[in-house]
Design a binder for this molecule. Structure first.
Ligand code: PHE
Length: 351
């Protein structure tokens, strides 16, 4: 017969519930010694049986109690350990803000997208590696056109059929060929020209706009750009001028300058008598619409292309375009934006 004290001693030393479960089935289960003893009761006479049964019951109760108490004890221990582990020290300082910053170009792209989405433009994209056809020919710029030389193109093959797009305008063609008029899109993206100085980089960013519908006029173009410039520079009054210009893919064409003045080396927008060119635009040439399978008798519209990096320089007072692409952490820390501060029209774009 087992020793009750020894058993209770054993139970008290158990460290986990599984072990305790094993002990329980060993000492109280079907094949346990105590059960065997109960079975033997039938062979005793009545008097002995009573005494034996009561002592066996007593023992069984003690074992059960010891085991159940141990279960409770182990459970409490577990809970306490969990509580200890998950304890929150409310006196600790808050977590550090992430170290990374949003690049001013990304910020400006978000700002511009937000402004144009307010008036119904959606965002389209195209590849950096383009065909010569989409970049020039389809945009009414035939092979012998002087505008091709002006673009200082990076060609990627000997036959000059594949190139790094020199502007975002080829996405006009891609968009119109892949859908049905009307169109109302903006296209932010990288563009490439073999050129580098304080205001030119071999890789830079443009934002194309294309709005094709019935009965669109130059007035719509002006209204749209007037709205954009005011929203972007966050001023109510803006001095803006449309200067006649030439692009093969628009007719008539214009370049847009905005007035500014300098005050202690800072640019003040919307006043003064200096002018800065920020974009090219015009009414989409009928040949471009034809090339893109849009009927120029039914549809017309305007397009514009702005230099994102230049807009960022103007708005945030950055005076050398090349610094955008140097990946200097100190520069980015100074001019970059908080990653959690996504610009929206409602909340304010740059604050
Ligand atoms: N693609 C022109 C450029 O890169 C800008 C432009 C776009 C002009 C659309 C008119 C219409 O200079």
């Amino acid at each position: 017969m087992f020793d009750l004290r020894e058993l209770i001693q054993k139970v008290s030393q158990v460290k986990d519930k599984l072990e305790l479960q094993n002990i329980k089935s060993q000492f109280l289960g079907k094949n346990s010694q105590i059960n065997q003893e109960f079975k033997k009761l039938g062979s005793l006479n009545e008097k002995d049986r009573k005494i034996r049964a009561s002592s066996l019951n007593n023992e069984k109760q003690k074992i059960t109690e010891a085991i159940n108490n141990k279960f409770k004890e182990l459970e409490n221990l577990e809970i306490n350990q969990k509580l200890q582990k998950n304890k929150v020290d409310v006196t600790l300082p808050g977590r550090e803000r992430p170290n990374g910053k949003i690049h001013p170009v990304s910020q400006v792209i978000d700002e511009i997208s937000s402004i144009f989405s307010e008036i119904g433009f959606s965002v389209a994209e195209g590849p950096d590696v383009e065909s010569e056809y989409n970049n020039f020919t389809a945009l009414n710029t035939p092979e012998d056109h002087p505008a091709r030389d002006m673009h200082d193109t990076f060609y990627l093959d000997k036959n000059k059929k594949i190139l790094l797009r020199t502007h975002t305008s080829p996405v006009q063609i891609r968009t119109m060929l892949s859908g049905k008029a009307p169109f109302k899109i903006i296209v932010p993206g990288r563009t490439y020209r073999c050129d580098s100085d304080q205001t030119h980089a071999p890789m830079f960013h443009q934002l194309e706009g294309l709005h094709i519908d019935k009965d669109l006029t130059m007035g719509h173009l002006k209204g749209c750009l007037d709205y954009f410039v005011k929203e972007f520079f966050e001023v109510n009054k803006i001095k803006m001028r449309f200067r006649p210009s030439h692009f093969p893919f628009t007719e008539p064409s214009a370049e847009v300058d905005i007035g500014y003045r300098l005050e202690n080396g800072r640019i003040i927008f919307g006043e003064g008598d200096k002018w800065l060119e920020i974009l090219g635009c015009g009414m989409v040439h009928p040949n471009v619409l034809k090339n893109a399978k849009v009927d120029p008798k039914k549809f017309q519209g305007y397009a514009f292309g702005m230099g994102i990096d230049r807009l960022a320089m103007l708005k945030y007072g950055i005076n050398d375009l090349r610094s955008f692409f140097e990946a200097d952490f100190r520069w980015l820390n100074y001019f970059g934006f908080d990653p959690l501060d996504v610009p929206t029209n409602y909340r304010g774009l740059s604050r």
